[in-house]
Every structure is written in C-alpha cells, then in structure tokens.
Design a protein around this ligand. Structure first.
Ligand code: G
Ligand code: MN
Length: 247
C-alpha cells in the first residue's frame, strides 16, 4: 500500500476536491472546504474512508495531508476573494514546523493568508491544548482564521469557543440532519443556542451537512447566514469551480 500511495502522490492522483461554503440567502459561494480524494485509474474515485486506514498503517497520512495542503494553497489564487479551508488533524500540531510550512506555501503561492482557513476538530482541542493555543494565536496574527469543525457533537466544550482564537464554528451536520426528524424541536434549540453563542462572541457560524430545502429553510429562519452541504454543492475538482484557463 505504501508504494501504491507514494506512486499515487507522484502521479498527482491524490487531489483536493472543493466543496462550496455559501451565503444561505442567495447561495453565493464565499469559500470552499478542501477534501481529500484519490482519483485512481484502477479503483476510480476514492473518498478518505476507503483508504485512510491503510494510509495510517503505512505511515502515509502526513504525506497525504501535505499533498492536499500544498495543492490547495497553490490553487487558492485561482479562486480570488474566496477562502479555502483545510482540515488539519491533531498530529500536525505536534510538529514544530506546521506554521513555517504553511506560511512558506502561502508565500510561494503569492496569496493573502486570509484566503486559507484551518479546520480543527475537538480531538485536536483535547489532545494538545497548550501548544494548540500558541500555534493558533500565531497563525491568527498572520491572518489565518481557525474554524472548529463538527461543533456541537461529541464532547466539544462550549468554552473552546472563547478560550481558543477561533473565527468560525461549524455546526455539526448531525444537528442539521435532525431538523427534519422527530427530534426537530431539540435540534432547533441547539442550533439557536450555537448561533447565539457565536454572535455574542462575534464569530461566524457555518451550518454543515445541509441536504434538504427544509433544513435550509429552517436554518435561514433561525438566523444562519452561512452553510455547506450536498444541497448547496458537492465536492468537485478544481476544474469544475475555477476558471483554470484550460478551456
Ligand atoms: O468532518 P468534516 O465536516 O470535515 O467532514 C467532511 C465530509 O463531509 C466530507 O467527506 C464531505 O464529503 C462530507 N459532506 C459534505 N457535505 C455533506 C452533506 O451534506 N451530507 C453528508 N452526509 N456528508 C457531507
Ligand atoms: Mn471539515
């Protein structure tokens, strides 16, 4: 597997797909989330679930992530005025060079640092809190906004929202999914509470996993401004979303 993955990286088969993050009222795209895909001539298009475990065993996760980070940052100039968020897993925060590598890529690409945002999950928040705050503070200083992914699920503590230098909360898609179930009343209460929390801290919220018009409608009524999900746009290759000059 290791050899196959190394070859896939060299052959540019490991690519970011970009899923739009939109303004809900008019569905204009304000940014994208970069998502790892393996476009394999032998196996077709693979999502991370299909190969990350093998990649982990082969010790290839970091190499795969950096392939995505560098390609994403390199391409951000083709999406002017919009940000791209990258998913940075806990292991990267244990590395001394995360910040210098990211800023190096941003400088080489000639883009503004505020075009790149960093998605972190509660796993990261739990595992390395002291280092994390330092790194996020330094990244914030140069213009990189941090987003807390999957907020409101698992054990994520409300205090992360003010103890950490974050600019955006991403409302977990399980809460959005419940807006159309018999648990709608409860999920709506949580969606309202997260929005109120974010507003009073002056940070943004993006609702994740919007799949139906009904969910979209509820979220707009509650007051959500930004969202993401299959209803609003599926992850797609760069050629599908940017004017790459190839046609
Ligand atoms: O944890 P995180 O939010 O980074 O997960 C991103 C994953 O969520 C991607 O693999 C993406 O394909 C998936 N995704 C994006 N939008 C939707 C959606 O509307 N519904 C579901 N079920 N998954 C989604
Ligand atoms: Mn994410």
């Amino acid at each position: 597997m290791r050899l196959e993955l190394e070859r896939a990286i060299l052959d540019n088969e490991i690519v970011p797909f970009y899923q739009p993050i939109v303004r809900l009222m008019d569905r204009t795209t304000i940014g994208h989330e970069a998502l790892l895909r393996w476009s394999s001539p032998n196996h077709g298009l693979l999502g991370p679930n299909e190969f990350l475990k093998a990649a982990e065993e082969a010790g290839m996760i970091e190499a795969l992530d950096w392939t995505i980070f560098s390609e994403t940052i390199r391409c951000a100039s083709l999406l002017p005025g919009k940000y791209i968020s990258i998913n940075v897993s806990p292991r990267h925060f244990l590395r001394e060079d995360l910040e210098t590598r990211l800023t190096g890529l941003i400088r080489t690409a000639g883009i503004s640092p505020d075009q790149i945002r960093i998605e972190i999950t509660e796993e990261t928040l739990i595992e390395n809190h002291a280092q994390l705050v330092d790194v996020l503070n330094r990244l914030k200083k140069i213009g990189l906004v941090a987003m807390i992914d999957d907020f409101g699920s698992g054990f994520s503590s409300l205090s992360y929202a003010y103890r950490l230098p974050v600019g955006t909360l991403k409302l977990d898609r399980s809460i959005v999914a419940d807006l159309c179930t018999e648990r709608a009343q409860g999920s709506e209460a949580v969606a309202r509470a997260v929005l109120a929390l974010a507003r009073s801290l002056d940070i943004e919220v993006v609702a994740e996993g919007i799949e139906t018009e009904h969910q979209l409608d509820r979220l707009i009524k509650i007051g959500y401004v930004f969202g993401q999900g299959f209803l609003l746009g599926r992850p797609a290759p760069l050629e599908a979303i940017a004017n790459t000059g190839s046609h």
